[in-house]
Design a protein around this ligand. Structure first.
Ligand code: GLU
Length: 295
């Protein structure tokens, strides 16, 4: 293994490689998912390490068992085998709740009662197309009626101050200075679930001993938030491998592209899964797909 730059809180670089694929079962997988899963799988296999499969099903309203079944079948079809049992975030909600309680006790989170419409109205000045950061409306509330529907938000300024300057390592970009303030007061527990993506993914990557996180460049800046949560919760920091996203011939991301073919459709059409996986390994592009570099 090559020497890595020292990153504060970095997981033991000599530890065996553990990577993971962590899909949300809110829809069928497409070629972009396949490319990401193959990268994570091959990274572990080439290093003689472990490849884990984690189903990120905290969104109880959008997650569906039939999507889980299709995900497992798709991965088998591609020729990808994972190590150990499949883990489900829905079975680990107590862990996320416990971490949230710790942050509450330190005054680093606050309840937020805003509706989507209220946030949109208060964020009218957000740059066009950008996900608006939360304007902080509920941060200053002195009394809160917790019987009303609410989520829990991280008080980002306070948390970032407590954690101090942080960095993390991306295999392509090198050392990255974390800028969690840019994300604003992110949600850590939702109105309908005791965790958000940010909290659950950070806790699980640490709990499962993940040394290498492979995912799309669209999540590059989310890693700043995860790095901060690692610092606040005393968790190790994996290495990150943010890869370009696949786009269709029209330049639109597969994930956002209406009617982009699902792996299930290709599998059911009798396509050769391992051959498709190999063409993605070779950089493709199958079906005129090209990588999109975006952060
Ligand atoms: N469940 C997330 C997704 O499907 C996982 C992202 C990640 O790998 O951290 O986008």
């Amino acid at each position: 293994m090559t020497a890595r730059p020292a990153i504060q809180g970095q997981a033991d670089v000599a530890a065996p490689v553990v990577s993971r694929f962590a899909p949300s079962p809110t829809g069928r997988l497409h070629l972009g998912h396949a490319a990401s899963a193959i990268r994570a799988h091959d990274l572990a296999r080439l290093a003689g390490g472990q490849f884990l499969l984690r189903i990120e099903d905290i969104d109880g309203t959008r997650s569906r068992p039939e999507h889980v079944e299709a995900i497992l079948a798709d991965l088998h079809w591609l020729g990808l085998e994972w190590d150990g049992p499949v883990t489900f975030q829905s079975a680990r909600l107590d862990r996320y709740a416990a971490a949230l309680e710790k942050l509450k006790a330190r005054g680093l989170v606050y309840p937020c009662f805003c509706t989507r419409a209220e946030i949109a109205a208060a964020s009218l000045h957000a740059p066009h197309g950008a996900e608006p950061t939360y304007p902080g409306t509920c941060r200053a509330l002195t009394t809160s009626d917790l019987s009303r529907p609410h989520c829990w938000r991280l008080d980002m300024a306070r948390a970032a101050e407590e954690a101090g300057p942080l960095d993390w390592h991306d295999e392509a970009a090198g050392r990255v200075e974390a800028d969690p303030l840019a994300a604003g007061d992110v949600i850590l527990a939702r109105k309908d679930a005791p965790a958000s993506y940010h909290l659950a993914v950070t806790i699980d990557d640490a709990a499962q001993g993940v040394t290498d996180v492979v995912r799309g460049l669209d999540l590059f800046r989310a890693t700043d938030v995860h790095r901060l949560l690692q610092a606040l919760l005393g968790l190790p920091t994996p290495r990150y491998h943010h890869h370009p996203l696949l786009v269709g011939p029209d330049g639109v991301r597969l994930a956002k592209r209406h009617g982009s073919p699902t792996l299930e459709a290709m599998r059911q059409a009798g396509r050769d899964g391992p051959a498709l996986a190999n063409s993605l390994r070779a950089g493709g592009p199958p079906l005129e797909l090209t990588p999109l570099n975006t952060r």
